[in-house]
Write a protein that binds this ligand. Structure first.
Ligand SMILES: [Zn+2]
Ligand SMILES: [Zn+2]
Length: 363
């Protein structure tokens, strides 16, 4: 039987093991996907660091983009063999209060498709592999007009950001009417959020990072960010004064937290105007607490929206965003650093050294 390679996560801080498993036929309702590109997410680095749990042997990775290679009943799902798809690992229960109210991204019994034992068929449960087996119901087709590798760049970050914006829209926050927006952090989620805010037509989009990385700041500017501040170069009072002056003394209308640094939260509160909107999808690891002055939330009557996961609709919205902006989609290819699956340990070393903007595992 044909075999293929997977990079198996062995536990916190341990090197990934490169293994071969047989490529079996998919069961009914499942698709066998052949790898095009699989993103390495900040979440995966947190798992590897040990700040997100998950210590068993498994094939991690949740940003798999591939071609449907085999599936019995793809047509029943509006798909076909040969389609390029994004596979989501989210497996909401469909029965809890949140699922029933149409909020399945926040299911209280959320399952995942990538937690299976890699030593049990069909072996390829997660993203770090040359093949992946996913339920057909978890696949979103990538329109033919979009390069699937470009779609892979923000396959998780895009929907993550868009889900936060969708929750803000549900709460009538009016983000699209903002004049001054600030994005904290320029990893993939922050980068996409900044591009999205600019696409909404917001005249002043600022970005703040902990330390200045020239290539990241240049890319953010290319995506429309007006000013990038690095906290290593610009004192807090200076950047706050700039943002306040740009907003006629009010403070930022919208702040989007995508840094994952706990201390960013207190800073975000500080930058907002009265009734400002704070979107917080970025604190996706258990990284400790910081002192916060909660009276700021009361005095400014802030609107704070947390956002954790995303739903299939957010993936569709992301692909719709790319489809309408071919120039943006093309640019995405240039920000990837690609490694074959078997070089995953090199990829992690480069990520930790801050060398990559978006890391992809490829065939
Ligand atoms: Zn991710
Ligand atoms: Zn549920």
């Amino acid at each position: 039987m044909k075999k293929a390679i997977a990079a198996v996560y062995m536990g916190h801080k341990k090197p990934f093991e490169i293994r071969e498993y047989p490529v079996v036929e998919p069961e009914r309702g499942m698709a066998r996907l052949k790898l095009l590109a699989s993103g390495v997410c900040g979440t995966d680095v947190h798992i590897h660091d040990g700040t997100l749990g998950g210590d068993g042997e498994q094939i991690i990775g949740h940003e798999f983009v591939g071609v449907i290679d085999a599936a019995d009943d793809a047509r029943a799902y509006g798909l076909d063999v040969g389609d390029a798809v994004i596979a989501t690992i989210a497996s909401p229960c469909g029965k809890c209060m949140l699922c029933k109210s149409g909020d399945d991204a926040n299911c209280v019994r959320m399952g995942v498709t990538n937690a299976g034992d890699p030593n049990m068929p069909p072996y390829f449960h997660g993203g770090y592999a040359q093949y992946n087996f996913s339920p057909l119901s978890n696949l979103v087709k990538i329109p033919d007009s979009i390069d699937p590798v470009a779609a892979a760049v923000f396959a998780c970050a895009g929907p993550t950001a868009l889900h936060a914006f969708a929750l803000a829209a549900q709460a009538n926050c009016g983000v699209e009417h903002a004049r001054v927006a600030v994005v904290q952090g320029l990893g993939p989620v922050g980068m996409f959020a900044a591009a999205y805010l600019k696409a909404l037509g917001i005249p002043h989009v600022f970005a703040i990072t902990g330390r200045t990385v020239e290539s990241r700041a240049a890319l953010a500017k290319d995506f429309g960010v007006d000013v990038c501040y690095g906290l290593d170069r610009t004192p807090w009072e200076t950047l706050k004064a700039d943002i306040t002056a740009t907003s006629d003394g009010y403070g930022a209308d919208v702040v989007f937290e995508a840094s994952g640094n706990p201390s960013a939260f207190a800073q975000g509160l500080d930058l907002l105007r009265n009734r400002g909107v704070y979107l917080v999808p970025g604190q996706y690891s258990i990284s400790g607490g910081v002192p916060v002055s909660p009276e700021v939330i009361t005095f400014k009557a802030l609107r704070i929206i947390g956002s954790s996961q995303y739903a299939m609709d957010d993936i569709r919205a992301y692909l719709g965003f790319l489809q309408k902006r071919p120039a943006f989609a093309n640019k995405l290819l240039s920000i990837t650093t690609r490694y074959p699956v078997e070089k995953v340990n090199d990829a992690f070393a480069d990520i930790r050294a801050g060398r990559n903007i978006k890391t992809l595992l490829v065939p």
